[in-house]
Write a protein that binds this ligand. Structure first.
Ligand SMILES: *[C@@H]1O[C@H](CO)[C@@H](O)[C@H](O)[C@H]1NC(C)=O
Ligand SMILES: *[C@@H]1O[C@H](CO)[C@@H](O)[C@H](O)[C@H]1NC(C)=O
Length: 544
């Protein structure tokens, strides 16, 4: 092309370019016409909704007709997004609130909590199950959809929705690839070198025998939990499917997932093999260009140009009222004594922890836009996945205060990557807290580490948003992605881990060994017999 252009006149150059452009248009993939896409995001966790809605907003902006079912009114709005709200019952709202406040006050009973989740009895599951049974949900089945996107969190019975609508399904998972979702597209569980979700592991650490023993245990345990959960969810699914004998079975639907979107990226490590059905869209919730800040916040941050500003937020689940008053007092004492300005996420503006000229309380914060501000020097966080990614994206070092769920692991990751340090919020000491803050503010090593990562993370062939558009439209164009499915999806544990083959070979080798031994013994016996007969013959001859 280039060669021809050099040797041709201007006009013919133009014609060739126009022709090439025409060919490019006609042979490249056709853009998908506006599709009807349903999002089911009933998990009562605002941080999950933020990630799922970033996907939906991207699709709405692309011109698709998006419908979203959620437990509360969506914060994200767009003319192409229609919101159907099915609120949890008052009783369930109270139960959820109680659970969260128990977590903020004391070390909760992890075992009991885990048992509730595994048995499919947790309030997070109950809320989602109730919503699917709600009358308002039934009207959804009267519309036609081209694709369903399910927000995935302890809710496999939701496969009833694509089953009833008879359309392809994509899963949106807010974390890195994990056993629970990997199985839908057949990401291989490489337990000898890929750390399982709950195995404590730092990037680059040696894969010792001890690690591999622990990792196998964690991975098998998660598989076992999934199996137990599936048992409950299967019966929920059957109840939801009642009255429709033609509907596909639960296990058929588990093998019907076209794609899993994971909100992670390999540059965060650890490295693992992925299949094409698992698409990494890490950082989808982060705007490439920050929105303008609310006036007051902007003024406050701009005025912090001398000593910088700190953002303090314990996330969207944990409210100030869930934390022990004594802890709040320590937080206030330390933060109000700093030279830096502090933006503190606090719900009850009528009852703040105290007044200080350097503290700005705000109920709801545009966290991502604040972290993007050049005067922001430190993020004090509960180490939720979302905030952690935003901070690393913008190169802001952190002090982590993990409370529950994946937060302790995220905090450990912040520390091991050198992006900051952590403190124990359930056991907070004033001096420790102050020293930790000053260390991260004043020691440049944390900022350097996190800024290095901030350059690495967005370096990809397709941005998170472009990946969403490309892969969703790919599934729409081809009416699902069954051709992309790994055979692993349909294999059971014994088959996929190769145990049956291993034991078969073991049995064959054992049988061969026994056979060889038998043959050898018989051969020896034979030789002995022959020798003895020779010997007796010889003796007989001698005697004669
Ligand atoms: C868009 O989706 C809504 C359902 O939420 C539906 O009522 C409407 O007809 C759809 N619009 C088009 C153009 O298909
Ligand atoms: C799931 O089912 C839908 C609807 O029948 C189909 O279009 C799609 O290709 C299936 N996907 C997979 C991965 O089997």
């Amino acid at each position: 092309m280039k060669y021809y252009c050099y040797t041709m006149g201007d006009r013919s150059k133009l014609i060739v370019v126009a022709l090439m452009a025409l060919i490019a248009i006609t042979t490249s993939v056709q853009p998908v016409q506006s599709a009807n896409i349903l999002g089911v995001f009933l998990s009562p966790s605002p941080s999950h909704i933020i990630v799922h809605m970033s996907i939906m907003k991207t699709l709405a902006e692309q011109g698709h007709n998006v419908t979203v079912v959620s437990g509360e009114k969506l914060k994200v709005t767009h003319e192409n997004i229609h919101n159907i709200i099915i609120e949890p019952s008052e009783e369930h709202k109270r139960e959820l609130e109680q659970e969260l406040s128990a977590m903020g006050g004391k070390k909760q009973n992890d075992f009991e909590l885990m048992l509730k989740f595994v048995m499919g009895n947790h309030v997070m599951t109950k809320i989602q199950y109730d919503a699917l049974r709600n009358e308002r949900f039934q009207s959804i089945y009267e519309s036609k959809f081209d694709l369903v996107i399910l927000g995935y969190f302890v809710n496999s019975f939701q496969f009833i929705v694509p089953a009833k609508l008879n359309c392809p399904v994509i899963i949106s998972w807010t974390g890195p690839p994990m056993e629970t979702v990997n199985r839908f597209v057949g990401v291989p569980p490489e337990i000898t070198y890929v750390p399982s979700t709950f195995t404590p592991y730092k990037n680059g650490e040696s894969l010792s025998f001890g690690f591999r023993m622990l990792n196998a245990f964690m991975s098998y345990t998660l598989h076992l939990f999934d199996a137990i959960m599936d048992n409950s969810f299967h019966s929920y699914y059957k109840t939801l499917a009642e009255g429709d004998p033609t509907i596909r079975s639960y296990s058929q639907m588990l093998a019907n997932v076209s794609l899993v979107f994971c909100n992670s990226h390999f540059s965060e490590g650890p490295i693992r093999p992925l299949v094409p059905g698992l698409v990494e869209i890490g950082g989808i919730q982060i705007k490439e260009k920050p929105d303008p800040l609310p006036k007051e916040l902007e003024k406050f941050l701009n005025a912090s140009n001398k000593n910088g500003a700190i953002l303090f937020s314990l996330g969207s689940n944990m409210k100030g009222s869930n934390i022990k008053p004594a802890t709040i007092q320590i937080l206030f004492k330390v933060l109000s004594s700093l030279e830096q300005n502090v933006i503190w996420k606090w719900e009850d503006l009528a009852n703040t922890p105290g007044n200080a000229s350097n503290i700005f309380y705000q109920k709801w914060l545009p966290q991502d836009d604040i972290l993007a501000h050049p005067n922001l020097k430190l993020f004090i966080t509960h180490a939720g996945k979302g905030g952690m990614v935003e901070a690393t994206y913008h190169g802001v070092p952190m002090v982590a205060m993990p409370i529950f769920a994946d937060q302790p692991l995220n905090a450990a990751k912040i520390v091991s990557s050198g992006y900051g340090t952590q403190v124990d919020i359930l056991n907070l000491k004033e001096d420790d807290f102050r020293a930790t803050i000053l260390e991260v503010l004043n020691n440049p090593v944390y900022r350097n580490n996190v800024q290095k990562f901030a350059k690495l993370y967005p370096d990809r062939p397709l941005s998170a948003r472009e990946s969403v558009v490309y892969w969703v439209e790919y599934v729409l164009r081809h009416h699902g992605a069954a051709h992309m499915q790994s055979p692993l999806v349909r294999m059971n544990f014994i088959q996929s881990s190769g145990l049956d083959v291993f034991f078969a070979y073991f049995a064959i080798l054992y049988a061969l060994w026994r056979l060889a031994k038998l043959a050898l013994a018989n051969l020896c016996k034979l030789i002995r017999k022959v020798r003895e007969s020779f010997k007796s013959k010889r003796e007989k001859l001698k005697k004669q």
